[in-house]
Ligand binder design. Structure first.
Ligand code: FUC
Length: 796
């Protein structure tokens, strides 16, 4: 696909929500732009806490009596319908809370006497470079900013056609500063708290510092042809500046045999010296911009061009936030998610959290953590379908860290094999329940968080067909989660179910009118577990015999079925119970429809219809991630018009208080911030990344052996094309359409297998022979009544 998509902001950012996000998976920078430029800098490894935190907390819970014996009491209380007693007992299983993701530094780079041009900031989404034009006393000045993964640095390059660049620099930290240097190399070093309490724990100190805590540093080196002092440049035609970071956590995060010792081995002086050495090295690179652009170009070929207007510079406020071209807005939303994930998550870094990699708060909403009852999963839905494999890697590494802590947790808390995770996690791989002994079970007690994460990993395998990755990293994690499920399932009298069980964040109404979260098996648990066990059998078929097979087959045969309620809706729980909050934002029981494929209009029409009724009853609206999920669900139901209507609603500008956070009362939900970040409020990146996944679902769906073109194309997207989307089974698909019908498609095999693929377009089906490594171009069969055209084959 040709053409370049650029976003333009008319003015420099006056607020963080207007700034442009740049990132290389490790360094995140919010670029405010303008003459007095601020770069608010994050390092993805700067989290409160320390590696041993989860183990110490498990020990404390065990000493407090949590364990398999108490679990048996909980189950007895639930069976006896004594939910209050069950809840009281479960509170003793609640660990404190996950740690928080923190900001590291602020760089100020003030261009004296500069006047910003209009537009003030232009971001090229393919090159991931921000450009700003200025005049200084009649001379033209250009500033380019980018965060390079190959160099591990934020670069700011300023050039002028006359020696007019007068630049003042300042580097600060919002954390507790321990060292500041300006000896030719600007440096800040800060303490990172050993404990950071979430906002919803007002009884805890905000931050605790101590020897367990970390430290981190940022350094800035610059090169210029002008006169220079330690923090200033005068009369230059060129300045190149590189900002780099280092932290105590990075060696531990990198893993390896000495993981445990790595944390202790890195002292402050080492961290500071690393940041400084990296800054000098980044400055010495021969072609920093070229390396960066090549790196971004190599990440994925996935591109969206809905409406055929991708090639252009679009004013964010006029064309995207307030524009009326739905196709252009959908293109921008899909591409923005691609850009953001490639910026927030890169191999070797930590996974994208609630805010991706961009957080300016020292007490961020929900700790800017990994919330794993929807949010982290949604962050990575798009990656397998867009072939963003490098950006996906940190999720695998995160699940590996969670599983390491989740194994002792499963054994010691529940007497189960394998590993467990609950509702939240953090850099350290927290796997325990949270809630600090007083969290409501509706969110704090939920044992299938790890199972859900495993489905992301399965998608990573299935879209790429990468069997080596499945064998080496993904199957061991799935196998552990499956072993946990086998031990966690209980006989409910109506088949195997879960107890205790909750449907994330939601409650039903008891006969006495009080809300309850416990007491029944959540449909979500059944879908997550069924799919995991089925996928485990497929992995075993592929990879070789496994002693778990018999147990898995037995459990699958006995697993309770999901139900349809008297009102025709898919049941959220194992009994027909009244909703406590009928329009609740979570859509947990629909996990079987998307992202799983246990419910489809073709294979399970009754369940699909029940899912549609459930979705109808939940209504439109909500906030970023809830919208994105609703859109993806409608796409699976092949309902492009409702999906497009929801997307239209989701892409409207948000006008409320961007910082508001707390009890979600539905009065001020959603929308997009001036920088196109999706807001809950506050900013949460799951919405942005989820829109990309949902739009991809509207354009292409697949099962192994089947590619479904334009399954939920709305009328407003009459023409367009996409390239580089992946279908399950390791097939890359390019397609274009006109008048709502697919006009061309090309399938490329990436796995080295010969096969016949069924290409579906609306009601037409076409068998396409796809030889190993071949690219096969077809004219998609036209829907009923049309003639099946021939295929043209070309081997690469
Ligand atoms: C879940 C959601 C909230 C929010 C939070 C970070 O708890 O229910 O809406 O997204 O995660």
């Amino acid at each position: 696909m040709t053409g370049t998509l650029r976003f333009a902001w008319a003015a420099p950012a006056a607020a963080w929500e207007e700034a442009t996000p740049l990132g290389n998976g490790r360094i995140g920078a919010m670029a405010f732009g303008g003459p007095d430029a601020r770069y608010q800098v994050n390092d993805a490894t700067v989290w409160s806490g320390f590696p041993d935190g989860p183990a110490r907390e498990l020990d404390r819970l065990r000493k407090g009596g949590a364990g398999p014996e108490r679990l048996a009491e909980v189950r007895e209380a639930i069976a006896a319908r004594d939910l209050d007693r069950a809840e009281a007992l479960l509170l003793t299983f609640e660990g404190r809370y996950t740690q928080e993701y923190l900001p590291l530094a602020d760089l100020r780079a003030t261009l004296r006497d500069a006047v910003a041009a209009t537009p003030a900031r232009v971001l090229d989404l393919d090159r991931a470079v921000l450009e700003e034009a200025f005049t200084v006393g009649g001379a033209a000045v250009l500033r380019r900013s980018w965060t390079s993964a190959p160099a591990g640095a934020l670069y700011v390059e300023i050039t002028a056609d006359a020696p007019v660049i007068d630049l003042d620099l300042a580097l600060t930290t919002p954390l507790r500063m321990t060292c500041h240097a300006a000896d030719g190399l600007l440096t800040v070093e800060a303490d990172v708290p050993c404990d950071g309490a979430p906002l919803h724990e007002p009884g805890e100190p905000a931050h605790r510092y101590g020897p367990d805590g970390g430290y981190a540093a940022a350094a800035v080196a610059f090169d210029t042809d002008g006169a220079r002092t330690e923090t200033a440049v005068r009369g230059a035609t060129r300045v190149l500046l590189a900002l780099t970071t280092a932290s105590r956590a990075e060696d531990w995060l990198a893993g390896g045999a000495n993981r445990a010792a790595a944390w202790d081995a890195v002292d402050r002086a080492t961290v500071r010296a690393r940041a400084r050495r990296r800054a000098r090295a980044a400055l010495a690179a021969a072609d920093p911009l070229g390396d960066h652009v090549a790196d971004r170009a190599g990440l994925t070929k996935a591109r969206f061009d809905i409406g055929g207007r991708r090639d252009g510079t679009w004013d964010v406020d006029r064309d995207l936030l307030n524009g009326t071209d739905d196709a252009l807005k959908a293109t921008a939303a899909a591409e923005w998610g691609r850009y953001l994930l490639a910026s927030a998550s890169r191999e070797g870094g930590s996974a994208a959290n609630l805010q991706g990699i961009w957080n300016r708060e020292t007490r961020p909403a929900w700790s800017s953590n990994y919330t794993i009852n929807i949010n982290t999963q949604m962050n990575y839905w798009a990656a397998p379908a867009l072939g963003l494999d490098d950006p996906f890697e940190p999720l695998i590494a995160l699940v590996e860290r969670i599983a390491r802590n989740g194994e002792p947790a499963a054994r010691e808390l529940y007497g189960a094999r394998g590993w467990v995770a609950h509702h939240n996690s953090d850099l350290w791989g927290w796997a325990l329940p949270v809630g600090n002994g007083h969290g409501a079970p509706s969110w704090a007690i939920w044992m299938t968080g790890g199972v859900w994460l495993c489905h992301n990993l399965w998608d990573r395998y299935e879209y790429s067909g990468d069997t080596a990755l499945l064998r080496e990293r993904i199957w061991p994690l799935l196998r552990g989660a499956a072993a946990f499920c086998l031990d966690w399932l209980v006989d409910t009298g109506a088949g195997l179910g879960t107890s205790p069980s909750t449907s994330p964040e939601n409650q039903y109404t008891r006969p006495d009118g009080r809300p309850a979260a416990l007491g029944l098996t959540a449909t979500m648990d059944l879908f997550l577990i069924r799919s995991l066990l089925e996928r485990s059998l497929r992995a075993i078929d592929l990879l070789g015999p496994d002693p778990l097979r018999g147990e898995i087959e037995d459990a699958l045969a006995r697993l309770a079925p999901v139900g349809i309620g008297a009102d025709g809706r898919l049941r959220e729980w194992s009994a027909d119970v009244p909703d406590h909050e009928p329009a609740h934002r979570h859509l947990s029981p629909l996990v079987g429809l998307h992202p799983l494929d246990l419910v489809t209009p073709e294979a399970t029409p009754d369940l699909a219809e029940a899912a549609r009724r459930f979705l109808d009853a939940r209504g439109p609206g909500a906030m970023g991630w809830s919208w994105a999920w609703k859109i993806a669900l409608r796409a699976r139901l092949r309902d492009g018009e409702t999906a497009a209507e929801l997307l239209r609603e989701a892409l409207t500008p948000f006008s409320g208080d961007a910082l508001r956070h707390g009890p979600v009362d539905g009065s001020e939900w959603g929308g997009l911030l001036p920088n196109l970040f999706s807001t809950h409020p506050p900013f949460q990146i799951d919405g942005n990344l989820g829109f990309t996944a949902a739009i991809a679902e509207m354009l292409l769906q697949s099962r192994p052996g089947t590619v479904d073109l334009l399954p939920a194309l709305p009328r407003a997207w009459a023409n367009g094309s996409f390239t580089g989307l992946r279908a399950r089974g390791g097939i890359t698909v390019d397609a274009s359409w006109s008048g709502g019908r697919a006009t061309t498609a090309a399938l490329t095999d990436t796995t080295g297998a010969d096969r016949v693929v069924e290409v579906r377009h609306r009601d037409a089906r076409q068998a396409v022979r796809l030889p190993a490594h071949a690219r096969v171009e077809i004219i998609p069969a036209t829907p009923p009544g049309g003639t099946a055209p021939g295929t043209e084959q070309r081997n690469q």
